[in-house]
Design a binder for this molecule. Structure first.
Ligand code: AMP
Length: 277
């Protein structure tokens, strides 16, 4: 496993890889969710490149960039047994050289949900992911359903910009009690960690309603709100029942839909989602 930081070393290593490359972009502090993406890449492509880069441009001014958890040695030890070819850990100076002024922006899909709550977030995501695609030239790139809007936005970008690669979206890995795995879970105190399971319970309650025949999207949103309100340590930011493709809020669920939500537990902001249909 080559662990590289400079762009020229990455390019040299990439040139030596013959056959298909699977790319797994991450911000590090890896957990089973990330590792499931790596395992899928390993099964589907001849070589795997994992990138670890806490991308400053996708964090808002009041977000957690400086305290985002980082532990490269721990991450490398988790990746070594998985047969990864290259781990690329570029610096911010490599990704954003002095005078940087080029951005990739997806329009309508980035406006609702996370885009509405985190202005500029997706511009940072699409820009860095486009740069990672250019540097690593993958045949397939792996993303998690956990970040459903991100996956949709990257799919759109790949189609719109004719990137010659396939986007693979992998299921959300969860803790035994349903909490979606996230590097940010490490911020939670013990009581907040327990309270955070309300996200999974709220999504499950709405999904149960749906499975019992409810198609009124407002009722499904209401169910999620009610569940979140029952947990005093949860502070809801939004709940959504949206069309799976456009991410526009629905009145009535007819086809595939996305139930999603964001809530604060203390200072920690968590998101989760389920797909319906
Ligand atoms: P991050 O390091 O948070 O930027 O995540 C890197 C990739 O891992 C993204 O494509 C995420 O959607 C994905 N990911 C994060 N958490 C999970 C999870 N619990 N299950 C599956 N994929 C995940």
């Amino acid at each position: 496993m080559d662990v590289l930081s400079s762009l020229s070393d990455l390019r040299t290593a990439r040139l030596s890889l013959n056959g298909t490359v699977g790319l797994v972009p991450t911000m590090g502090y890896l957990h089973e969710g990330h590792l499931s993406l790596v395992a899928r890449a390993k099964a589907e492509t001849q070589h795997v490149i994992v990138t670890i880069f806490v991308n400053p441009t996708q964090f808002g001014a009041n977000e957690d960039l400086s305290k985002y958890p980082r532990d490269l040695e721990r991450d490398l030890n988790l990746l070594r047994p998985l047969g990864v070819d290259v781990v690329w850990t570029p610096t911010a100076e490599i990704m954003y050289p002095p005078g940087y002024q080029t951005w990739v922006e997806v329009e309508a899909l980035t406006r609702p949900l996370e885009g509405a709550m985190r202005p500029g977030h997706f511009r940072g995501v699409t820009t860095v992911v486009a740069k990672l695609f250019n540097a690593t030239q993958p045949a397939k790139a792996y993303f998690g359903q956990k970040d459903a809007q991100q996956a949709a936005v990257i799919r759109r970008m790949v189609t719109d910009l004719n990137f010659p690669l396939e986007v693979i979206v992998c299921p959300t890995r969860r803790e035994a009690d349903g909490l979606a795995m996230s590097s940010r879970n490490t911020y939670l105190s013990e009581v907040e960690r327990k309270a955070a399971t309300v996200l999974f319970r709220a999504l499950s309650a709405a999904k149960d309603l749906y499975e019992n025949g409810e198609r009124d999207a407002e009722k499904l949103r209401g169910k999620m709100k009610e569940a979140l309100a029952s947990e005093p340590l949860a502070s809801m930011q939004y709940v959504s029942c949206a069309d799976y493709d456009s991410l526009q809020e629905l009145d009535v669920v007819t086809g595939k839909a996305l139930l999603s939500m964001a809530a604060y537990f203390g200072k920690t902001r968590l998101i989760d989602n389920f797909v319906l249909g």
